[in-house]
Design a protein around this ligand. Structure first.
Ligand SMILES: NC(=O)c1ccc[n+]([C@@H]2O[C@H](COP(=O)([O-])OP(=O)(O)OC[C@H]3O[C@@H](n4cnc5c(N)ncnc54)[C@H](O)[C@@H]3O)[C@@H](O)[C@H]2O)c1
Ligand SMILES: [Zn+2]
Ligand SMILES: [Zn+2]
Length: 348
């Protein structure tokens, strides 16, 4: 079958790879109808995250049809349309029972194979899904597939980021970064009834999307976010800072916007060796800081309910729909934010 693989940083190939299988008893085999390109794929693309075996199939967001199941699978059968969270989970171990499905003791991340172990990704024609019963979610009838696909990662991650940021009724929140994750954090903050959501970026089309999703925008190329937010909050700072970039500069900015006792929620995957603010600065602000991989499986039902209500034009985040063979170009478009690229879907 065909897939997008990473051979070395910057070197994505569209090529023939082995078909997945044979199945473990708990596995399902899914024929991918749509997969997507995530900001997290850029960390390995740039070599910021290391350890991936050369020729690993990339990608962890997908929706498709079950074409085969192992003997232990009970909840899904061939012909079912399913959407997947970006990591697998058993639903029964202590982290899963506590809602932290991203840290399942038996869980694996799609598109991460290291020293021969792990799970191939979904930017491919077929993908193997272990723990299928407790990982996959049936696609509800009548919902747009492109938006359902977003529930497996970015919409759940946006919700998670807002939840971890202690957003509640009446909160004033600032979202740092209006990439796909930041845009969904705006949706998440509004879902949790924030009174005002500000969003910071410098890419015009992303700021326009942020406004469409309900944020008041700050173009950091034109004004100083901290100054503006102090003005907007009577000199106090925001209650919740939701960081969705993954760089020290963004984390530092998020920290600087908070009121004393505020919460900083970092959804960005940080690869720098140290956190960008000091323990003293955190102490002096009575900071609550949360970060980590989104337990998407736990949040998918709520994410699907947002899609079902249809109040937010979530599909507008998708800027490019490309064939899998255009993968190498798609990585470049998304990475360099060319042609208004915000979110790429692959349609194998
Ligand atoms: N925690 C999780 O489970 C999880 C899940 C998905 C993605 N992520 C991470 O979320 C991050 C964002 O993903 P994405 O797909 O939206 O990526 P992206 O690269 O498309 O978006 C990042 C955005 O941040 C903006 N930006 C850069 N520096 C900035 C700064 N200093 N201040 C304000 N804005 C700035 C950029 O212009 C861009 O629009 C990545 O680090 C990704 O790995 C985490
Ligand atoms: Zn992702
Ligand atoms: Zn588990």
């Amino acid at each position: 079958m065909k897939a997008l693989t990473l051979h070395a940083p910057g070197e994505v190939r569209f090529e023939e790879v082995a078909e997945p299988g044979p199945c473990e008893p708990g596995d399902a085999l899914v024929r991918v109808e749509q997969s997507a390109l995530c900001g997290s794929d850029l960390h390995v693309y740039h070599g910021r995250e290391q350890g991936l075996d050369p020729k690993t199939t990339l990608g962890h967001e997908f929706l498709g049809e079950v074409i085969a199941v192992g003997s232990a699978v009970e909840r899904h059968e061939p012909g079912d349309l399913v959407v997947s969270p970006f990591s697998t989970s058993c639903g029964a171990c202590p982290p899963c029972a506590g809602g932290l499905t991203a840290r399942c003791e038996r869980g694996q991340l799609f598109g991460w194979v290291q020293n021969g172990h792990g799970l191939q990704g979904a930017q491919a024609e077929l993908v193997r899904v272990p723990l299928a019963d407790t990982t996959l979610v049936a696609v509800p009838a009548g919902l747009p597939h492109e938006q359902v696909l977003l529930c497996g990662d970015i919409l759940s991650t946006g919700l998670f980021c807002a939840e971890a940021g202690d957003v509640g009724k009446g909160s004033v929140a600032a979202v740092i970064g209006c990439g796909p994750v930041g845009l969904m954090a705006i949706v998440g903050a509004r879902e949790l009834q924030a009174a005002r959501v500000f969003a910071v970026d410098s890419v015009p089309e992303r700021l326009a999307l942020a406004r469409r999703f309900g944020a008041e925008t700050i173009d950091r190329a034109e004004e100083e976010p901290r100054q503006r937010l102090l003005e907007e909050t009577g000199g106090r700072g925001v209650d919740c800072a939701l960081e969705a970039v993954g760089t020290p500069a963004a984390l530092e900015l998020a920290f600087s916007l908070l009121r004393p006792g505020g919460t900083l929620s970092a959804a960005g995957v940080h690869t720098a060796p140290r956190i960008a603010f000091s323990p003293t600065a955190a102490y002096d602000r009575n900071l609550t800081f949360r970060t980590g991989r989104c337990p998407a499986r736990r949040l998918m039902e709520r994410a699907l309910s947002i899609v079902a209500r249809g109040e937010v034009p979530l599909g507008d985040v998708v800027s490019h729909r490309l064939a899998l063979e255009e993968g190498p170009r798609a990585y470049e478009l998304f990475d360099r934010r060319l042609e208004g690229c915000t979110k790429v879907l692959f349609l194998p």
